[in-house]
Write a protein of this length. Structure first.
Length: 297
């Protein structure tokens, strides 16, 4: 333990602290600016006068999103999509990554399956064949269409597969000597050690399901089946100045105080809140050791 520190070491710590604070503020600046735009008056936003503080504080943008009951219905659809989609994806990725992490001698046919997965990663049939497939499987206007569509991200499977390869082989060998089969090895030995990569992939999956809007727009023919991002995208379109003819006087008064930029800012900020609430619970796994002390030298 070093008790007497040199002047250079102390100066470096101060410089490092200042640098990290500035870097943190730069990362938070876009989020803060987005919130300020959402809270500012329409004229100030259009004139580009908003910077660090809101101009003409108001909540019209958030009110335009939250006042409609359709927002909460779409929010619930997105929650179902995230929960079901994340559970399905993590289960399938874990079941696929474990056997593919073995050698072709341990798992015959491994190379053929891996080639097929990589081919699907690099090439796809396109939007129209995807839509026809989803329609033929009766997945239109269904939460399962949103869950199953793109529910197997090949790149994330490769991440988990390579992570398993880097684990000490002695762990699996010891478990097999004690009589453990492949299912027990996967669920009781490997998965607890895979928490860092599983947490990372889980976060990517949840964010992907939460932010995706195009699939909801294509697969949902009725507004009540829209996920949150699709609902907000449609809300921005319907409050456009080109669609004011069918609005009531109250809607016209509200629309006169709004513009698409402030609505988009409110949309982005609202959409980030659930992710920001979940991230702290998963972040600790990103830097946690995975095999420290697992195998004795």
């Amino acid at each position: 333990m070093i008790e007497n520190r040199s002047w250079g070491s102390k100066a470096f710590d101060v410089f490092n602290l200042i640098f990290l604070i500035i870097l943190t503020l730069l990362c938070l600046l876009p989020l803060w600016y987005t919130l300020m735009v959402a809270l500012s008056e329409k004229e100030a936003v259009q004139a580009g006068l908003v910077s660090v503080f809101p101009i003409g504080f108001n909540l019209f943008s958030f009110d335009a999103i939250l006042s409609d009951s359709g927002f909460f219905r779409a929010f619930w659809v997105s929650v179902q999509r995230v929960v079901l989609g994340a559970a399905f994806t993590m289960l399938v990725l874990s079941l696929a990554a474990y056997p593919l992490s073995r050698t072709s001698k341990q798992f015959p046919g491994r190379n053929l399956l891996m080639w097929a997965f990589v081919f699907c990663l690099l090439f796809n049939g396109g939007l129209i064949p995807w839509y026809i497939t989803m329609r033929n499987y009766d997945l239109m206007d269904s939460i399962w269409g949103l869950v199953l569509s793109g529910g197997i991200p090949i790149f994330n499977m490769i991440l988990i597969m390579n992570f398993i390869k880097n684990l000490p082989e002695e762990l699996e060998e010891a478990a097999k000597i004690d009589g453990a089969g492949p299912w027990r090895v996967l669920f009781q030995i490997l998965l607890p050690l895979l928490k860092p990569v599983l947490a990372t992939v889980l976060l990517f999956t949840m964010v992907g399901h939460w932010n995706e809007f195009f699939q909801g727009m294509v697969l949902s023919t009725q507004a009540e089946n829209y996920p949150l991002q699709t609902y907000i995208q449609q809300l921005v379109v319907t409050t456009s100045l080109d669609n004011l003819a069918n609005l009531s006087l109250e809607d016209l008064d509200r629309a006169s105080k709004l513009n698409n930029e402030s609505l988009n800012a409110a949309k982005i900020f609202v959409a980030m809140i659930p992710v920001m609430l979940i991230y702290p619970f998963l972040q600790r796994y990103f830097v946690k050791g995975i095999t420290l002390g697992s195998v004795k030298g």
